[in-house]
Design a protein around this ligand. Structure first.
Ligand code: NIG
Ligand code: FE
Length: 407
């Protein structure tokens, strides 16, 4: 009976552990042993214990990092918004289009009329595109249904993507994404429906790992979000928030006051909001794809987040309106160019801090003994290249906990 299922030798290892400087690099040739889908041993090859592996493979000096994690996506949706993309290039703003019934609502219309199979078939290639560049965990939000049936359908599709693809999916209920037309001028009644019917049903069926909302003048007010967060907290579900994307509504501080997993976007977050986040354990999830697509000029308060030690994650925000980007490597590249994150911050933001933002850092996000064997092997000379190149086939191989588990 072998001690390990798989032993990877002749590698260079960037553990991305928080307490190890410089990408958590292990000096010299390294080895990783996997057993039952978990990292059973890792370290310098010269210190490898004398144990037996069922399979042993040399990786010829390739770099290993934690597999990437996309912690904020809306990649289950019907239709697309390419026509609005053209409208915006002709001068219409995102808010103008939303107020005229387009924007999120046009995707809601297309999603409501799509079957579960149609939503699944459209989303699967997006998930596979992420996997092809080293991603092993993806968060997917609902929020294009805004009624009980469609919100549940979206979450079921997301769960099915987890079962039928090689990606581990974390799901988030975002029923409070925008006010549906049935509740026009009565957002409070819609919030009541979400709190009293949609949320309890989703919790009862175990369809969501977290609850999100869009706190913005074109969506929900802080007091409406507060009501939703109270209901989620009572059901034991963690919360996160689309906060301060287009204006400062105190979203970051509100999220922090509910001990949110994360506050996301944050372009207009004030220094008081950063302080509130620093006093909580919330992660700042930066979404440079949306910043770019909306031609935003107001930068998130990066220096203050850094100075106060708020953990920073980077995600695609993959969605048909504000971030038609299905590439986490592209989001990392944009975070370095637009937000001046260092390449190490970009990689940490798409591994360790993304895991923290999903509440799963205990079992993934860094390469450590006992964590899932979610590992990316790269044809690169240094991990800084991962925020530098886009579109190059640098992923040599992706190991996931599921595929290294022997039946
Ligand atoms: O993260 N900000 C709100 N939600 C999405 C946009 C969704 C959409 O426009 O369809 C975002 O940017
Ligand atoms: Fe989003």
């Amino acid at each position: 009976m072998p001690d390990w299922d798989l032993l990877l030798t002749d590698t260079r290892i960037a553990t991305m552990c928080a307490d190890s400087p410089d990408y958590g690099v292990i000096d010299g040739p390294g080895a990783v042993a996997i057993k039952d889908g978990q990292i059973a041993w890792l370290g310098k090859q010269s210190e490898l214990p004398d144990l037996v592996a069922a399979e042993r493979r040399s990786l010829d000096g390739r770099w290993l990092t934690p597999a990437l994690i996309d912690c904020h996506t809306h990649l289950v949706f019907g239709g697309d918004r390419a026509a609005e993309f053209e409208q915006r290039l002709r001068g219409a703003s995102y808010e103008d289009i939303a107020r005229a019934g387009g924007g999120i609502m046009s995707t809601v219309k297309a999603t409501r009329t799509a079957s579960a199979d149609e939503l699944f078939d459209a989303a699967l290639p997006r998930v596979e595109a992420l996997a092809s560049e080293g991603v092993a965990t993806v968060e997917i939000k609902s929020g294009y249904g805004l009624d009980i049936d469609t919100e549940i359908r979206m979450l079921n599709v997301a769960r099915r993507l987890g079962r039928e693809s090689s990606i581990d999916i974390r799901t988030t209920l975002l029923a409070a994404h925008t006010v549906p037309p049935e509740f026009k001028d009565n957002a409070d009644a819609y919030v009541a429906l979400v709190c009293e019917r949609i949320l309890p049903l989703v919790a009862e069926r175990g369809l969501a790992d977290a609850v999100d909302a869009y706190c913005e003048s074109i969506a929900f007010s802080p007091s409406q979000v507060e009501r939703l967060f109270q209901a989620a907290t009572e059901l034991g579900l963690p919360v996160k928030l689309h906060a301060d994307q287009l204006s400062d509504s105190g979203g970051a501080a509100l999220a922090a006051s509910f001990n949110a997993l994360s506050a996301d976007h944050l372009e207009y977050t004030s220094l008081a909001g950063v302080d509130a986040m620093a006093a909580s354990s919330a992660v700042a999830v930066l979404l440079p794809g949306a910043f770019l697509t909306l031609s935003e000029t107001q930068l998130p308060p990066i220096d203050a987040l850094r100075a106060k030690g708020v953990p920073i994650a980077v995600a695609t925000d993959c969605n048909p309106g504000t971030s038609p980007i299905c590439s986490l490597r592209t989001a990392m590249m944009l975070a370095s160019r637009l937000f001046k994150l260092t390449p190490e911050e970009c990689l940490a933001g798409a591994t360790r801090e993304a895991a923290r933002a999903l509440g799963v850092l205990a079992d993934r996000g860094t390469l450590e003994i006992g964590k899932r064997a979610d590992i990316a092997a790269w044809d690169i000379e240094h991990p800084r290249e991962l925020a530098y190149w886009v579109g190059t086939p640098q992923l040599a191989e992706r190991f996931t906990s599921a595929h290294t588990t022997r039946p």
